[in-house]
Structure formats: structure tokens, C-alpha cells
Design a protein around this ligand. Structure first.
Ligand SMILES: Cc1ncc(COP(=O)(O)O)c(C=O)c1O
Length: 357
């Protein structure tokens, strides 16, 4: 038997997966297939079921996460497909500080009697394990948005499986370069591809990756039925983004690691939250909400904007959103560190911070 080909490193996979075959005159990149329908008799049939431009994106992300990928219209469309896996009245366990859009979806489903939820402190592994009892789905997000709590994914996954529950991880913040939950036994990985995967603040898209063929079939069936599909241009742009994911994540992380100790030393900042990896840092301004709002309006390079994971550094005070829970400090600013020069980023920040003090 021929030996398996050596597994490629993620950097090589990001660049090489999902390309057309190397034959003379083939383009190096998959084309934009603008099609609502296809000539009958093949595998594609109709534009809500399949598109070769989506497939390129799905091949790259699937290879990076180690499973089969389905692209969606947005991160929240992907989240909705996963919540829809559970039966009527089933229990879903989720972190009380996860992305507020995901938690709002759960609250909406619960208010309509579709399911019940138990929100738990994600960092309290014992509490998470206990909550798995009777659950149909354990929803994890690690690190969490915006408090940057970390889950013990292997321990919680083992407890969830023992209880007969599926485990899903929102891997948006870590990306498959820093965390590969399927290797810990997780059933489904979810992404807001809007963030690091696409990476240039010009696309809304989502994705699900699973190693379970039956789950893949069910989730693909849901996507076909509700039509939560990405636009072709979005899929093309997101694939273009994936080609440089490793470089962008590496640089954003290096910049974040350089900024964290400097931020911690600044007297205007009461607390710095950073899990030690990735490009997202949350700071809590010592003087609270007003200081946080002032900071986000004083910088020239850092852009006051929601979202994250783009090449450019952005930040915002999270409690400006009414749906963000009251347990998130009023003065917390979530910073998405970009790939600019770190000294320029710091000069811009500390000039604004010095001005507050
Ligand atoms: C962790 C996380 N998951 C999911 C989403 C939702 O993604 P989208 O905005 O692409 O629907 C977001 C958006 O901010 C997010 O931060």
C-alpha cells in the first residue's frame, strides 16, 4: 500500500487547498460562478444547493479544521443551523458571556418554546460539566466575545458526550490556526467567516465544519431548505482572505502580545484581559464608560467600529450595545489588533490614553 501523503502544515494548506487542478491553462484561482441554475443531470442542479465558488472556500476551511465544511450567509446563519439540530423542548447549555447574537438567538428560541437554555460560566469547568446532564447540545465559544474566557474543551466535550449531547464550538476568535476543536472530539465547529477568515472587513459570511457525515448531511439539508447560502462574490473574497490567514493571524497575535504589557502598565487602564493567544484584547478603563467612549473617539489609526479580525485595528466599548449583558463592565473596550506596525498602533493608543488621564 502506498504511504499516506505527509500532512501539510496549515500555512501550506491555506495557500494550496481548493485550487483548480494543475493542468495547462487552468486558472490558479477558482472563478466566480454566477449561476442560479445549472444544466440538469449533474451534481449541482440549482444555485441554492451548490456553487463551485463556495466549494473552494469550503475545501480550504475544511482542510484547516480537519472536517467537511458548509458555508453560510453569515456567522449567525451558521449558528442558527446548529441550534436547529436539537429537538423540540431540548436543553442547550451555553456560556453566559458568549457573543450576544448567539445568546439572543437562544433567548428568542426559548421565548417561543422551541428549546430551553442553561447559561453557565464557561471558565468554571465543574459547572459546565454538571450542566451537561440532560442537555442535547453544549454550545461553546472559546475565547468568548468579549470577556475572553477560555473553555476546557476536552473535559466539557467528554462530559457532554457522556450525557448524549452534541458539542459545538464557535472558533471565530481562535481560528483553526490556534485551535482545532474537532481534534478534541467536538462535533461541530462554527465560524463567523466575516472576521479573521475573510479578514478584510468587506464580507459577511459564516461556516460550519464537522467530521460527522450524518451531521453534515442534516446541516446541508437545513441549508438547502432555508437558503442561508453565501453570495458568490462573498465566497470568492473569503477564499482570497484564507490564502493569507496564517500571516495575518501571526502578525495580529504578535502585535497583541507586544501591546498587552504596555496597556497593563498604563494608569488609565484598570484591567487587561488577554488569553495569551490571538489578536483580540479587552481592556477595562479605570474611569469607566465615559473614558472608554472618549478613547474610542480620540485615535487616528484605531477605528471605532464593531466587528473584528480585519487587517485594520478596530475597537469599541461593548456595553454601547443594549443586548450585551450587565456582567460585562461598562468601561470594557474590545480591541481587535490589526496587522499595522505595532509602534504606530501604540503611539496612537497611548497618545489617546495619556489625554484621558
Ligand atoms: C464569536 C462570534 N460568533 C458569531 C458572530 C456572528 O457572525 P456574523 O456577524 O458573521 O453573523 C460574531 C459576530 O460578531 C462573533 O463575534
Amino acid at each position: 500500500m502506498p504511504a499516506d501523503p505527509p500532512r501539510l502544515s496549515p500555512a501550506t494548506t491555506a495557500v494550496t487547498a481548493g485550487r483548480p487542478e494543475h493542468v495547462p491553462d487552468a486558472p490558479l484561482n477558482v472563478s466566480l460562478t454566477m449561476a442560479s441554475t445549472y444544466v440538469a443531470g449533474g451534481d449541482l442542479e440549482y444555485g441554492r444547493y451548490a456553487n463551485p465558488t463556495w466549494t473552494a472556500f469550503e475545501d480550504v476551511l475544511g482542510a484547516l479544521e480537519g472536517g467537511r465544511c458548509l458555508s453560510f450567509a453569515s456567522g449567525l446563519a451558521a449558528v442558527a443551523a446548529v441550534f436547529d439540530l436539537v429537538g423540540q423542548g431540548a436543553k442547550v447549555v451555553a456560556p453566559h458571556h458568549a457573543y450576544h447574537g448567539s445568546i439572543s438567538q437562544l433567548a428568542d428560541l426559548e421565548s417561543r418554546g422551541r428549546l430551553t437554555t442553561e447559561l453557565v460560566d464557561l471558565a468554571d469547568t465543574d459547572a459546565m460539566v454538571k450542566a451537561c446532564d440532560g442537555a442535547a447540545l453544549v454550545w461553546l465559544e472559546s475565547p468568548t466575545n468579549p470577556s475572553l474566557e477560555i473553555a476546557d474543551i476536552p473535559t466539557i466535550t467528554a462530559a457532554a458526550h457522556e450525557a448524549g449531547a452534541y458539542v459545538a464550538v464557535d472558533n471565530t476568535f481562535a481560528t483553526p490556526l490556534l485551535q482545532r476543536p474537532l481534534e478534541d472530539g467536538v462535533d461541530v465547529v462554527v465560524h463567523s467567516a466575516t472576521k479573521y477568515l475573510a479578514g478584510h472587513s468587506d464580507v459577511l459570511m459564516g461556516a460550519i465544519v464537522t467530521g460527522d457525515d450524518e451531521l453534515f448531511r442534516v446541516l446541508k439539508g437545513r441549508r438547502d431548505l432555508v437558503g442561508a447560502i453565501p453570495g458568490t462574490l462573498e465566497a470568492w473574497l473569503a477564499t482570497r482572505g484564507l490564502r493569507t490567514l496564517h500571516l495575518r493571524v501571526e502578525r495580529a497575535q504578535a502585535n497583541a502580545q507586544e501591546l498587552v504589557p504596555r496597556l497593563a502598565d498604563h494608569p488609565a487602564i484598570g484591567e487587561v484581559r488577554y488569553p495569551g493567544f490571538g489578536g483580540i484584547v479587552s481592556i477595562v478603563l479605570a474611569e469607566g464608560a465615559l473614558a472608554a467612549d472618549l478613547l474610542t473617539h480620540k485615535t487616528k489609526i484605531w477605528v471605532h467600529a464593531t466587528s473584528l479580525g480585519g487587517v485594520e485595528s478596530t475597537f469599541e466599548r461593548r456595553r454601547r450595545w443594549r443586548s450585551e449583558p450587565a456582567t460585562i463592565p461598562e468601561g470594557l473596550v474590545r480591541m481587535s489588533v490589526g496587522i499595522e506596525d505595532v509602534e504606530d498602533l501604540w503611539t496612537d493608543l497611548h497618545t489617546a490614553l495619556d489625554d484621558l488621564h
